[in-house]
Design a binder for this molecule. Structure first.
Ligand code: ATP
Length: 274
């Protein structure tokens, strides 16, 4: 797992929810405005270390924007974000990757002209360089290259794409592209992984397989998942945050969320009756 460096503006990560788990991520009064439109509305969002934490809510609730703010893709209008107690509000995405925060996107962003192996190998190498200066990367020792190769092969095995290693990424099926994307996330050795609809567009069977894979390969990481399939979310999550019109409508373990009348009215509808 990636190690976390603490800066001078570090503060103590606390947890008051009685679970005994420590807090890995916390937002305070986090807001994002587009003009006068409030996409994320003063959100205090807390994620426990090691949890599988899902974020659900209707279209336009602000889920992707919240992930964008946490991963440095967008700048907050207001508020703060803490990772392991360190203020990361103003850090760009590449620095966040080096701190152990990885993101996979709703729209896949693979290098289509490279093979499956090359995509993973490149990601392993890029994260392998994380602690070295640019000059040092030019003279990286040969045995490190061997270990990049080994790590890449191990990742291909874990995401079940060994047989596709020499295929160009552009020739993969949709489901295999999502797997490869998870492989690239793994290559950065993340402590916290944010996944935005990793099963979008998949059949029920493929969805379940992809989620099983995520659960397996990211078992040691903390996961924040945005997902529309409520049944999967209820099955998987330690904690769920329900966003509605940019604000947190409810937060808690699946059984509490299922029973919450506000959530029923605003979002879940007939889910319990199915
Ligand atoms: P979905 O489930 O449909 O992906 P979401 O919960 O992820 O939705 P966001 O994509 O975060 O919602 O969008 C929240 C709101 O902010 C939406 O009303 C969206 O139209 C608006 N929005 C997002 N990006 C911009 C932008 N760049 N400029 C203006 N409005 C935006």
């Amino acid at each position: 797992m990636a190690t976390t460096s603490h800066s001078s503006n570090e503060r103590t990560a606390s947890n008051e929810d009685g679970t005994g788990k420590s807090t890995i991520l916390q937002t305070e009064n986090l807001a994002k405005l587009y003009g006068e439109f409030i996409a994320v509305d003063h959100v205090d969002f807390t994620v426990n270390e090691g949890d599988f934490h899902s974020v659900i809510g209707p279209n336009g609730a602000g889920k992707t924007t919240l992930l964008d703010l946490i991963t440095g893709g967008r700048t907050p209008t207001l508020g703060s974000i803490y990772f392991n107690g360190e203020d990361i509000t103003d850090l760009p995405s590449d620095e966040l990757v080096h701190k152990g925060i990885a993101r996979s996107f709703q729209i896949t962003s693979l290098l289509d002209g490279l093979t499956v192996y090359e995509n993973v190998r490149l990601a392993v190498q890029a994260s392998g360089y994380r602690d070295l200066s640019k000059a040092e990367t030019l003279v990286y020792p040969t045995d490190s290259h061997d270990s990049f190769e080994q790590t890449a092969r191990t990742i291909l095995q874990r995401i079940d794409l060994e047989e596709e290693a020499d295929l160009l990424a552009q020739n993969l099926s949709y489901g295999d592209r999502r797997k490869l994307e998870i492989g690239i996330v793994l290559a950065t050795d993340p402590e916290l992984v944010l996944l935005d609809e990793p099963t979008a567009g998949m059949s029920i069977d493929k969805k379940q397989k992809t989620i099983d894979l995520i659960n397996d390969v990211l078992a040691d990481a903390t996961v924040i998942l945005v997902e529309h399939d409520v049944e999967l979310v209820m099955q998987l999550s330690d904690n769920i945050t329900v966003l509605h019109q940019g604000s947190i409508l409810a937060e808690g373990p699946p059984e509490e969320i299922e029973d919450n009348q506000h959530v029923q009215d605003a979002y879940l509808g007939g889910y319990n009756d199915e």
